[in-house]
Design a protein around this ligand. Structure first.
Ligand code: SAH
Ligand code: SF4
Length: 376
C-alpha cells in the first residue's frame, strides 16, 4: 500500500520533490490542491505536468475517506460517519456556531474529530469504548475528516457558483474539538502530526487557539503536550471531583488519580496560560450530588479552569440517565455560588446521537443485524 500524502508535512514533501528535481514552487501547488481545493483525484491538479502527476500517483495515495452515512440537516448539528480503507467506521460531528453566544459568524462551524477506532479506556458511560479499541487513526485520517467535510460542503449545489468564481474556496470550519471517538492522547504522535498539518498556513489554516484537545486524563501525555510549541486548548473529562466517584465511572482514574492529574494540569496551565476546561457530564445519582461541589470548586480554582456541565446523553444498552433539569440547575447554581465560571450545555445533536461514538456503535450493530436500521 502506498503512503498517504496527507500524513506528510510540507518539508517532507519538499524533500521528495527535490529528489525528483522539481522546482520548489511545485510543493505549494500540490498543497494548494490538497488543502485549498480538497482535490479527490490527481487528475484535477491541472497545473502540474502530467509526468509529475503520474509520479505522485505511483508514490502516494490521496487517502480520500468515504462518506458512509450522514445524519442531521444542513443548518443544525450534522453527523458524518466515514468508512476507512479497512472498512472501519469513525465519526465526525459538525456543529454550527452560535452567533448569539460567541458573536461568531453564523456560517462558521466547529468540527468534532475522532482519533481512534474504538477506545481502550472503557469509561462506563461511553459508547466509544463499548466494543473496545481497534486501532489508532493515521494522521491523514484525522486531517481528512476536516478536508472531506469541506469537500462535501463545496459540492452542495447552491455553493457551486460561489466556489467556481473564487480562486481559493472558503472554509466553513474554524474551530476543532478533539472529542470524537478515541482517546487523543493515547494516539499522541499521529494526533500531533495531524494537528500540525491542520494548523499550518499551507494546510488547514486553523489557529492552535481554536483547537481543543479533550482527554480522559493521561497525566504523562498532558505534561508532554505542555512542552510542545503549540498553544492548544485542553479539556479534561473530569466527571467526578473525588477519586471515589471518578474511579467508579472512569477506570483511567486508577492509573492517574486526581492528584496526579491535577498536577499535570497545573503544569499545563503554568506553561500555556489559562487554557483548561473541565468537562463534567451530569449522570443521575452518580456524580450530580452537591458533595462534589466543594472538591470540584477547589480544583477549578487552583487551575483557574472553567467548568462545562453536560447533561448525560443516553446510550443504548447502558443504565445511566441524565438528572432532571432542577438537579442540573442546582448543580450549576452551587458552583456559581463558589465563584466558579461554569456553563450548563443545552446540548446540540441530542436527537442524532451526537455524543461520542454513538452513531458508529449503532451502525456497527445494524450491520451485524443486532437491530433494525432506522435512519439513513
Ligand atoms: N477520550 C476523550 C475524547 C473523546 S470523548 C475524552 O474522554 O475526553 C469526548 C467527551 O464526550 C468526553 O468528555 C466524554 O466523557 C463525553 N461523553 C462520552 N459519552 C457521553 C455521553 N453519553 N453523554 C455525554 N457526554 C459523553
Ligand atoms: Fe474513551 Fe473518552 Fe469514551 Fe472514555 S470518554 S471511553 S476515554 S472516548
Amino acid at each position: 500500500m502506498l503512503p498517504y500524502i496527507k500524513s506528510f508535512a510540507r518539508e517532507e514533501l519538499q524533500a521528495q520533490l527535490e529528489q525528483w528535481n522539481e522546482p520548489a514552487f511545485r510543493t505549494d501547488q500540490i498543497l494548494f490542491w490538497l488543502y485549498s481545493r480538497r482535490a479527490s483525484s490527481w487528475d484535477e491538479m491541472t497545473n502540474l505536468p502530467k509526468l509529475l502527476r503520474d509520479r505522485l500517483q505511483s508514490t502516494f495515495s490521496l487517502g480520500v475517506i468515504e462518506l458512509f452515512r450522514k445524519l442531521g440537516s444542513r443548518d443544525t448539528t450534522q453527523k458524518f460517519l466515514w468508512r476507512l480503507h479497512d472498512h472501519s467506521l469513525v465519526e465526525s460531528v459538525l456543529i454550527p456556531a452560535s452567533p448569539s453566544l460567541y458573536g461568531e459568524q453564523s456560517d462558521r462551524h466547529t468540527l468534532c474529530l475522532s482519533t481512534q477506532v474504538g477506545c481502550a479506556y472503557g469509561c462506563k458511560f461511553c459508547a466509544s469504548g463499548l466494543d473496545g479499541w481497534k486501532r489508532n487513526l493515521e494522521p491523514f485520517e484525522i486531517v481528512e475528516q476536516v478536508i472531506a467535510i469541506e469537500r462535501w460542503h463545496d459540492r452542495q449545489p447552491e455553493e457551486m457558483e460561489r466556489i467556481d468564481g473564487s480562486p481559493k474556496a472558503d472554509r466553513i470550519i474554524n474551530n476543532l474539538v478533539i472529542m470524537g471517538m478515541g482517546e487523543p492522547l493515547a494516539n499522541y504522535a499521529n494526533l500531533l502530526k495531524a494537528l500540525s498539518i491542520l494548523n499550518a498556513p499551507w494546510g488547514g489554516g486553523i489557529g492552535a487557539r481554536k483547537i481543543t484537545i479533550s482527554t480522559s486524563g493521561l497525566a504523562p501525555q498532558i505534561r508532554q503536550l505542555a512542552d510542545e510549541p503549540f498553544q492548544f486548548r485542553l479539556a479534561i473529562s473530569l466527571h467526578g471531583a473525588t477519586d471515589e466517584v471518578r474511579s467508579r465511572i472512569m477506570p483511567v482514574n486508577r492509573k492517574y488519580p486526581l492528584k496526579e492529574l491535577a498536577n499535570a494540569c497545573a503544569y499545563y496551565q503554568e506553561k500555556k496560560g489559562r487554557m483548561i476546561t473541565f468537562e463534567y457530564i451530569l449522570i443521575a445519582g452518580v456524580n450530580d450530588q452537591l458533595d462534589q461541589i466543594k472538591p470540584l470548586s477547589a480544583l477549578a480554582r487552583r487551575l483557574n479552569a472553567k467548568v462545562n456541565l453536560i447533561p448525560y446523553n443516553k446510550v443504548d444498552g447502558l443504565e445511566w440517565v441524565r438528572p432532571d433539569e432542577r438537579t442540573q440547575e442546582a448543580f450549576l447554581g452551587a458552583l456559581e455560588d463558589q465563584g466558579i465560571t461554569a456553563t450548563l450545555r443545552r446540548e446540540k445533536g441530542h436527537d442524532i446521537d451526537a455524543a461520542c461514538g454513538q452513531l458508529r456503535l449503532k451502525t456497527e450493530r445494524e450491520l451485524r443485524g443486532d437491530v433494525a436500521t432506522t435512519n439513513t
